[in-house]
Write a protein that binds this ligand. Sequence first.
Ligand SMILES: [Zn+2]
Length: 274
Amino acid sequence: MPELPEVETIVRQLRPQIEGKTISALRLFWPRSVEGVPKEFRHRVRGMAVAAVARRGKYIGVEGADGTFFTVHLRMTGKLVMELGAADRRHLRLQFTFTDGTKLYFVDARKFGRLHLWPCRGESCPGLGPEPLRAETVRRVLKHLKTKRPVKSALLDQTILAGIGNIYADEALFLAGTHPLTPAASLSDGQQRRLASVIPQVLRQAIRRRGTTLRNYRTVADESGENREHLNVYGRAGEPCPACGTAIDKIRINGRSSHYCPDCQKMRSVTSDK
Ligand SMILES: [Zn+2]
């Protein structure tokens, strides 16, 4: 599933392509891609002059000059492209046509992606936590975590921080030297500080490489991201840790696979701290 860096890449590429354009027509091939009443979505979005494209967490937000606002959540296999490849035709769910004749296609093989019309931008995506791109913000959030849930689960919780998914949670925990099962509320001061500094770092580096493509993620230009080869632990179970050579381990935490180095990310309990 695309996480913050992938969605940010899409937003940055979409901006010059659709900002300032007016949507003249909309074809909905799979109505369930739209949350709520598809007819209302079509009615509100047709004629919309695109004023801004923005990201919030893993959501792409499109705002009209009249305040009309909708989000796109790509989930598993959704992608937004300006050119429709031959293989994409059977998975085309929605097509926007602009007054200049260009088109934006929403392609989604698994059909989990959703478009959602909101009353206005300010009322969209309720319950999302803050953006994790600044160390001070992340530090403040980690400091106030009261949950005994594993830190890995807390990082994936979009109400705590918005935009982090499985890949970047594993990568950040590795760089911070924190075991993914460490209870979130018992992170030491030093662990909080390290995590707060590496989370924005990992995300920003991935943005510079236009995200991580494992299987499905594609940019608006229908290209793969370049961050995959730079991953330290994610998807590398059994391979040597780049820091110490120990085999990367994979465990399941609340149903999600977690990759970590058993040597670099030791669980620090009160009794073992001497
Ligand atoms: Zn290691």
